[in-house]
Design a protein around this ligand. Sequence first.
Ligand code: F6R
Length: 357
Amino acid sequence: EKGTYPHYMLKEIDEQPLVIRNIISKYQDENGEVKLDENIRNAVNAADRIYIIAAGTSYNAGLVGKQLIENIAKKPVETHIASEFLYNMPLISKNPLFIFISQSGETADSRGVLVAVKKLGYPALTITNVPGSTLSREADYTLHTYGGPEIAVASTKAYTAQMAVLSLLAVDSAKAQGFELDFDPIKELSIVATVMETLCDQKEALEKIARDYLSVTRNCFFIGRASDYYVVLEGALKLKEISYIQAEGFAGGELKHGTIALIEKGTPVFALATQEHVNLSIRGNVKEVAARGATPCIISLEGLNFEDDQFVVPKVHEYLTPLVTVIPMQLIAYYAALHRGCDVDKPRNLAKSVTVE
Ligand code: F6R
């Protein structure tokens, strides 16, 4: 039930700190150490390459998952859109592990790939919010995201839950390989939960941004570099699906290779700036679009922020930054849709689980 909330989406956004704390408690052993099922640990470690398959928001989580697993567990990962995978199948390594990420566990495009790779004899793990779903039953292993039912069509808490579980999978694999971690994953995820709460308390400021930037616009752009790029893809998807504003996420450096032609006076451009090594270059991209009339909105990280940034996110561990930076984007999308009179929980033409190819 949505209780006092006007929409499930808002409720589900607010539930994210709780979901993260749930995940922490479910994937911890009695000594407070991250621990995955032994069969899953072995399957991950037997793999010489991981292929993540997913659609939509779950695909966006898979992009961040690739970085988490490569950075923490030092295993090569490729992330693929489910609906395209079989048309242009990459060369598969000798000992692959396929990881399917799916909130519903029912997405037909993902299932199509699962059926094909099982036929080829490859092992498969499903990360899902619905254990017992088709993708969970048909894979060899399941990791539960413990998000609780997600009712709003636009996925919010499932996305952050998927990334949290992927980070723990990476940590578990790193430990099994004997790597020394230079951070405490449980502590860092707890900080994420706390920061999520802080962000969920800033609805007024985010509603104002939505009003100022998105009340009347026809289109808008989201830019970021490195892992911020993956998060802006999700920010753009959230906004377009519920507000019907044409929104595109771009790598900061790519906009000028064509799409900058679409920038007009007043076109909103949201830029995410949360990483030191790309802070100046993404701000350079903001200058490029501003010089062509865009109205930029910079969302930055505490410590890397400049004086005029429109919104500043508190710091968390660099690997986990996407779990918190997405929250302002979710809330901006929510308020933009609300102000434009859209049906937030049930956007037109969309279904919660897409069971056709
Ligand atoms: C976006 C959204 C969709 C789903 C996609 C995959 O908010 O909800 O893009 O992420 O249809 O669904 P699952 O994760 O159920 O496989």
